[in-house]
Design a protein around this ligand. Structure first.
Ligand SMILES: C[S@@+](CC[C@H](N)C(=O)[O-])C[C@H]1O[C@@H](n2cnc3c(N)ncnc32)[C@H](O)[C@@H]1O
Length: 337
């Protein structure tokens, strides 16, 4: 039996806040550079203040948003198999949010061999603290070691004292371009030991109507989530974006096989970002891209993993092939295939 991580005591919650190590200057430089690009962009991590995380949880319950319920049902089917194959005492979840699907895996781990430590890793502190407390009380004996950080910068803070299954669910990998996804997964693979496992959730390529409906819900929750990114940038950069002066737009780009989420200026306007030293002049109809969501299939997922030194061990999907879960491994020796 591998040793238990020493920094966490059984049944306890530890929260490491790593975002403080991020210089505000770096964040502000990123905001400025992204807004000066063509098309203008705001990084999706700025969706997730407490309100953004709450809105995302509401999105996951919308009838049009098939992703979460499909992935959850698939996890119910396959978690036993995943737990038996991996046999890891530590479960790490990147972009864990409310950890709502994690319980399915924790239950399967409990049946198979037990889970000693759960490591939720997310940029949104409030929701992670809530989830950590809930899970520690629901699973007696489980230790929770949360990391509040940016998974594109702080992966080295994932505890590494015992064998881990690292999971990255919700199709969040789709928020990276394929080149960024390769860069990110190469870094994930580099912090993994040989014979550790990785479970990746990918939203699958499908008909345009289903995809576009998922990002244009009839209740306008996705539109509110999209506009909320401007409130977060206002707080971070001391800016004066008026969210209602922007229209929500989401469309499927069939060439790049990705959803493109944008905010469209409803009028000519100027926006001052004081801390970022930027005065933004927008014309009526000018757009800011806030998210992409690249869709995958089995071949693209296998190739992505292989390019990053990970070997696809098992591919799982639902009967309608809406969503995929790829179990991968850092091979003990030889090239990933
Ligand atoms: C699409 S949600 C998925 C949440 C959850 N995993 C699920 O499947 O429902 C993306 C999650 O990743 C987190 N996130 C986004 N960018 C991040 C970053 N750069 N570093 C750490 N967490 C990030 C968000 O706070 C959010 O909880």
């Amino acid at each position: 039996m591998p040793a238990r991580p020493e920094s966490v005591r059984l049944g306890h919650v530890v929260v490491d806040v790593r975002l403080e190590e991020e210089t505000p200057q770096r964040v502000l430089r990123q905001i400025r550079a992204d807004l000066l690009r063509t098309p203008r962009e705001i990084a999706p991590r700025f969706f997730y203040d407490d309100r953004g995380s709450e809105l995302f949880e509401r999105i996951t319950e919308l009838p049009e948003y098939y992703q979460t319920r499909t992935e959850r049902a698939l996890l119910h089917e396959i978690s036993g198999d995943v737990a038996r194959r991996c046999g890891c005492p530590v479960l790490v979840e990147l972009g864990s949010g409310a950890s709502s699907k994690t319980r399915v895996l924790l239950d399967a781990f409990a049946d198979a061999h037990g889970c000693e430590v759960y490591v939720p890793f997310d940029v949104s502190e409030g929701i992670v603290r809530r989830a950590a407390d809930e899970l520690a009380s629901e699973y007696p004996g489980l230790s929770v070691h949360a990391v509040i950080g940016d998974f594109t910068h702080h992966l080295e803070y994932i505890p590494s004292e015992a064998r881990r299954l690292i999971i990255f669910l919700g199709g969040t990998i789709g928020n990276f371009t394929p080149a960024q996804a390769r860069d990110f997964l190469t870094r994930v693979a580099s912090v993994m030991q040989r014979d550790e496992y990785f479970l990746l959730g990918v939203d699958l390529i499908k008909d345009v109507a289903t995809l576009e409906a998922a990002y244009n819900d009839s209740q306008g929750v996705t539109a509110a989530f999209n506009r909320n990114i401007l409130n977060v940038v206002n707080a971070v950069a001391d800016a004066d974006f008026v969210p209602q002066a922007f229209e929500h737009r989401a469309f499927f780009d069939t060439v790049e096989h990705r959803i493109d989420l944008r905010l469209v200026s409803r009028r000519e306007q100027s926006v001052r970002l004081r801390r970022a030293g930027l005065l933004l002049l927008l014309r009526d109809g000018d757009e800011i891209r806030t998210e992409i969501s690249v869709k995958y299939d089995q071949r693209l997922t296998r190739e992505l993993l292989r390019d990053c030194g990970l070997e696809l061990v098992e591919w799982y999907t639902d009967p309608e092939s809406l969503f995929g879960l790829a179990l991968a491994r850092r091979p003990s020796s030889g090239a990933a295939g």
